[in-house]
Design a protein around this ligand. Structure first.
Ligand SMILES: [Zn+2]
Length: 420
């Protein structure tokens, strides 16, 4: 059945069975997993999960013939304040610094209305793709003044309640934490912003300051904030932000959860150092996020030169150590990345190729679905009897080609086909 057929058949039905679907192995306890399942939906909830039976009964059965079914998605790292600005910029010097320069020039356009309009468009795309949870970063360059976008993103979190859960992380350059009192004042402001706010930072060799990093973690600890850091987004093998963060976390017994995005430098370092760093990451409460589209476009970017260093973090080595590694959209249609569509499956598709990820459907889909990996909270079973029927059916995809052929997608929210 294709999207139109499923949508037509399920319309107005409060009880039906999706027959013969294939779910990722990680979504069910090992003992319950079989290749082909029937999932019964009743009144918006999952009523039953059972091995596929070809027999029909009194309930409306939709024969999906092996179509893939997976949980709704999380986009772990986005920039809703910057997004959809690329079309109003001219030529940009390739690389991170050129992008930052172009972004600074564009900020004169960032009124509340402008940010709201662009971020809303982004969320529409996310919602249509089947996303249920988005974490966005928000540029924060003044120590005393909250950026305009911080409040706009909070308003959007309220507007989108019940559809997409939105978290905000303050993207503050590391040097603003160099003064200890200021670091604590920043953390206090973020903590006062309400639930869904995280303390963030931009950690790079160009602004490296160990004391500032220590202040940042101490301030987060004092205000019971989780962290989301832009970490070592570069190919400089001397970048040490990730390793030092793990050391500080162990020293101060950091109680919260830390997400480190990018960590590109691991790919440029001597492998003994990079692997030792990952051993330390595995000891602390930390997840990594890789941004394949952004990294492939920004790292080793020189006009007239084909890049050879691709900047993707050590996804396989981290996963082998039990470190949660997420894949996210990152920058979308802004000066940092001109591509993107807020479809985490697009990011996973690029990431799976670039990092040569094995078992993409059965294992790597965790990287775009596991909210607990992003938040550090206890894991929850994805599909369980009595839980809301939130998932999507990929009618044309198969596990070997996944995530190719995933455009024909039927998103179910609370047991109903979600408009897209
Ligand atoms: Zn980012």
């Amino acid at each position: 059945m294709n999207k139109l057929q499923i949508t037509t058949a399920a319309k107005g039905q409060t009880r039906f069975v999706l027959k013969g679907v294939r779910v990722p192995q990680w979504t069910l306890p090992k003992a319950k997993f079989v290749e082909s399942l029937d999932i019964t939906v009743a009144n918006g909830l999952i009523e039953a999960i059972s091995p596929h039976s070809p027999t029909t009964n009194e309930i409306l059965g939709l024969d999906l013939q092996g179509a893939l079914l997976m949980p709704l998605m999380v986009d772990a790292h986005t920039h809703l304040d910057k997004t959809l600005t690329r079309n109003r910029m001219g030529d940009i010097t390739p690389g991170l610094l050129g992008a930052i320069h172009a972004m600074m020039a564009d900020k004169t356009h960032w009124t509340p209305e402008d940010v709201h309009q662009r971020a809303s468009q982004a969320l529409e795309w996310s919602y249509a793709a089947g996303v249920q949870h988005v974490r966005t970063h928000c540029d924060w360059w003044e120590p005393q003044t909250q950026p305009i976008a911080w409040q706009v993103l909070n308003d959007l979190a309220t507007e989108w309640q019940g559809k997409i859960h939105i978290e905000r992380a303050s993207l503050i350059p590391l040097h603003l934490y160099a003064d200890r009192d200021q670091a604590f004042a920043l953390a206090k402001q973020v903590a006062a912003s309400g639930p869904g706010a995280l303390l963030g930072g931009f950690v790079h060799t160009s602004n490296w300051n160990f004391q500032a990093l220590e202040n940042l973690l101490d301030a987060a600890q004092a205000h019971e904030l989780n962290l989301d850091l832009h970490m070592d987004e570069e190919l400089n093998p001397n970048a040490q932000g990730l390793l030092r963060t793990t050391e500080i976390m162990q020293k101060i017994k950091f109680a919260g959860h830390v997400v480190c995005g990018h960590t590109c430098a691991l790919s440029a370092q001597d492998s003994a150092l990079a692997l030792r760093t990952l051993d330390e990451v595995a000891k602390v409460n930390m997840s990594l996020v890789t941004l394949p589209l952004t990294n492939l476009l920004l790292q080793d970017a020189v006009t007239g030169k084909t890049p050879t260093q691709r900047g993707l973090t050590l996804v396989q080595e981290a996963s082998a150590r039990g470190i949660p590694v997420m894949v996210a959209s990152g920058n979308v249609q802004d000066p940092f990345c001109t591509f993107g569509s807020y479809d985490p499956l697009e990011a996973l598709s690029v990431g799976a190729l670039a990092a040569q990820m094995p078992n993409v459907f059965d294992e790597a889909t965790q990287s775009i679905c596991r909210i607990d990996w992003l938040t550090g909270q206890a894991s929850q079973p994805s599909f369980e009897i009595g839980k809301p029927a939130n998932f999507m059916v990929l009618t044309q995809a198969n596990i070997w080609g996944f995530p190719s052929q995933t455009h024909d997608r039927v998103v179910f929210r609370n047991g109903e086909v979600s408009p897209s």
